[in-house]
Design a protein around this ligand. Structure first.
Ligand SMILES: Cc1cc2nc3c(=O)[nH]c(=O)nc-3n(C[C@H](O)[C@H](O)[C@H](O)COP(=O)(O)OP(=O)(O)OC[C@H]3O[C@@H](n4cnc5c(N)ncnc54)[C@H](O)[C@@H]3O)c2cc1C
Length: 430
């Protein structure tokens, strides 16, 4: 669990602290059900605390489900695995690989719990690859009255689509069954191009690979492109990560030359030109995730796919004209459409744009200016990353919002899981 020096619960970046919450770790289903019925509310469920929004914050009780971890069972023919909902992705990848299975895709890191990843529609990149919740086949969930409910996509597709992006608002997930693929190997390549090339060739680049993404480096005029494809070639060494070192350099140049963009641009451009191309083959579990040590805060909006390049060009102009303090790269990905009611990818192929801000500095001015642009393009916010939307905005962005809220009320009629933050999101009074 993430803790501050005073033993309070805190998220990864330190932007959310639950000072007065009581944290409990139920030992099994019966104790979990009892806690939900009797513990002081509001009750919030913690995963690994890697969300930037205050989804876990409460003055009541935080449920730490760390005891609900690990592989429960698997089906080697159907390539399905049932796992404890608190299983960390980094453990899950090893457990799946050992039984010949693989996750079809992953995001940037593997520190989250699978329950937490489902909680916010966590995703990777790929025009035909869905977010984690699209792998759901069965769930076991303890609702707001402490009742254990089990659903299977074969017989209860609607319920799984209504509750699969959970926000921790329908109950505590204890087990999930995921549809996986056979374990596989990936060839990953990384190279640098001028940003103008990728803005004009956006659709063919993003659509032309199983998985493609890019990072725009502020004040460089360039982007780092990354692609990965299945491969049967022999494994080659994964180059050591230079991201942290690169960020230190970008921060130093920002601090020294923040108000001299031409010089900053020249020096970053020279450093990027020296960056060697990357090209290696590894088993999937050693490719997707990176080690992110430098703390940041993040906003990510999910836009209609074709709006991506226009929105990105505006965000770049905004940061370079008005926010020279920004030095973290901006990340651009694509995600396949799905049918989950609270999914930001609901029936919409998506271009996701993420902006980051040093965790030691105030991100609000930059993020709210960027949010105005994202919203103009019809963006839906990542549930786990900073945004300022409330119920009326969200209802307009999600065609099945009202239906999802009805299902939520049925799962939690006494509003045990409704904190003041969730009340704001859902338009309720906690
Ligand atoms: C460095 C970093 C990199 C990231 N990279 C990506 C990325 O590449 N792609 C992406 O999409 N996101 C990314 N994120 C965001 C992150 O994946 C999400 O915020 C995710 O939800 C965090 O998972 P967690 O286990 O930490 O959950 P938490 O943040 O602890 O919880 C998230 C939500 O899930 C709920 N929840 C957790 N467990 C359960 C459960 N068992 N039952 C019911 N509800 C539950 C919580 O109540 C909460 O509402 C990143 C975040 C960081 C800090």
């Amino acid at each position: 669990m993430n803790q501050t020096a005073n033993n309070a619960w805190s998220n990864w970046s330190g932007s959310v602290i639950a000072r007065n919450a009581k944290v409990t770790r139920p030992r099994g289903l019966a104790e979990l059900a009892d806690t939900i019925k009797t513990a002081p509310g509001p009750i919030r469920i913690a995963g690994a605390g890697h969300s930037f929004t205050p989804l876990v914050e409460t003055e009541g009780t935080i449920l730490d489900l760390d005891r609900f971890q690990g592989l429960v069972s698997h089906d080697a023919i159907e390539l399905r695995a049932t796992v404890g909902a608190a299983t960390r992705l980094g453990d899950l990848t090893k457990q799946l690989h050992a039984i010949g299975q693989g996750l079809p895709n992953m995001g940037d890191i593997d520190k989250q719990s699978i329950g937490g990843a489902l909680g916010t529609a966590t995703h990777g990149s790929g025009p035909t690859l869905g977010a984690y919740h699209t792998q759901l086949r069965k769930i076991e969930i303890v609702d707001g009255r402490g009742e254990v409910r089990r659903y299977d996509v074969e017989t209860d597709r609607e319920t799984i689509e209504a509750t699969g992006v959970t926000l921790g608002a329908f109950g505590a997930l204890t087990e999930v069954t995921l549809q996986n693929v056979a374990t596989y190997r990936l060839r990953r390549r990384r190279w640098v191009v001028p940003i103008g090339d990728i803005l004009s060739g956006f659709e063919s680049f993003m659509n032309g690979h199983r998985s493609a993404e890019f990072y725009f480096i502020p004040f460089s005029g360039h982007a780092l492109l990354i692609t990965s494809h299945p491969s049967t070639a022999d494994v080659t060494p994964r180059p050591s990560e230079q991201d942290e070192e690169g960020l230190s350099t970008l921060k130093r140049l920002r601090t020294w030359l923040g108000w001299f963009p031409p010089l900053r641009r020249t020096l970053i451009g020279a450093a990027l030109a020296r960056l060697p191309e990357e090209d290696y083959v590894q088993d999937w579990l050693h490719v997707y995730a990176s080690d992110r040590r430098r703390k940041f805060n993040e906003m990510e909006y999910h836009l209609p796919f074709e709006e991506g390049p226009k929105a990105l060009a505006e965000i770049i102009a905004l940061s370079e004209k008005r926010f020279p303090e920004v030095y973290f790269p901006m990340e651009v990905r694509s995600v396949a459409a799905d049918d989950f009611w609270l999914s930001p990818f609901y029936r919409r192929k998506t271009c996701s744009i993420a902006i980051h801000h040093d965790a030691a500095e105030d991100p609000r001015a930059f993020m709210s200016a960027a949010e105005t642009i994202f919203r103009r393009y019809g963006g839906r916010p990542h549930w786990g990353k900073m945004h300022n939307l409330t119920a009326a905005d969200l209802a307009a962005l999600y065609p099945r919002w009202k239906d999802a809220m009805e299902v939520r009320r049925e799962f939690d009629p006494d509003q045990r899981f409704v904190s003041p933050y969730l009340a704001r999101l859902f338009g309720l009074f906690a």
